[in-house]
Design a protein around this ligand. Sequence first.
Ligand SMILES: [Zn+2]
Ligand SMILES: [Zn+2]
Length: 353
Amino acid sequence: MNAASDPTRRMKEFHQVRARAMRLSAAGGPLAPVELPLGPWGEHQVLIEVAACGVCRTDLHLLDGELPQANYPVVPGHEIVGHVRARGAEVTAFQIGERVGVPWLARTCGHCRYCRDGAENLCDQPTFTGCSVDGGFATHVLADSRFCLPIPPLYSDAEAAPLLCAGLIGYRAYRACRDARALGLYGFGAAAHLLAQVALAEGRAVFAFTRPGDLVAQQFARELGAEWAGDSGQAAPRVLDAAIIFAPVGALVPVALRAVRKGGRVVCAGIHMSDIPSFPYQALWGERSVSSIANLTRADGQEFMQLAARVRLRPSVEIFPLARANDALARLRAGELRGAAVLDPRLREEESR
Ligand SMILES: [Zn+2]
Ligand SMILES: [Zn+2]
């Protein structure tokens, strides 16, 4: 058996590979370049050479110390697209060289009541990529193959990255809106721009609410086919059936409740939000409801990737070299991105697209 075909030997060779990564040593940041050994290996793990990793609002919450699940120091990044370079002994799902995606849900316990009931997104002992274990702001990453997803071939590496959180957790929020015909989206960033495309493909009307005065985001929403786009404080031109709040702004909850019809739903899709101000019961009356969306299940991931293979989404991405991760986060925080920021570890620092 030669080195290439002997899996144990191959694993040992890769054990000596060190990843270049942008790591957060503690809340407050900034991210700093480091070299990290890869391991220890698990039998279900794959070694992935990262081709692209999306930058998500959750990474800002990680930077700001707002996530109790965080395990510093940590390499952020939970929208990873890359190629399998080595496999643990028990890996059956993916071949060497195959392109895979690594989402936010890195592992679950498999035995708590939620895991047993098909709600592994609510697992009592979960592991999250780029939060409780190192993620994809790196040249290489280890991931549990049982939680990795296939990537539809019609997307480039950079286009596929935002599908892995913005797309699929956004899709979980979208499904929670059931058959809403008139759908409000509060915060028009990476998730909303993908979900708007899904909603429009399914014949729904989209109403986009942005930060006050963000005419660029409003124009972007209209270009994608939104029926209306305006400031979050403005009234929608018609009553909504449901609304999804992507912005981490608790004050939008009563605003969205006033915009939905009787029986309508308001779904909060982010992992963290500022406090929700008190509001009169009248805003909730009429069987309106408010709920949150937490994480994803593997079934969500499979379902969304099948949808993305069927409906050609057009992710709008801005690509940064890995070394410019701090710039990408700053642009996201300032609301200066059109769509999603994606890090490409193969680009040199002076390059960006
Ligand atoms: Zn569990
Ligand atoms: Zn995310």
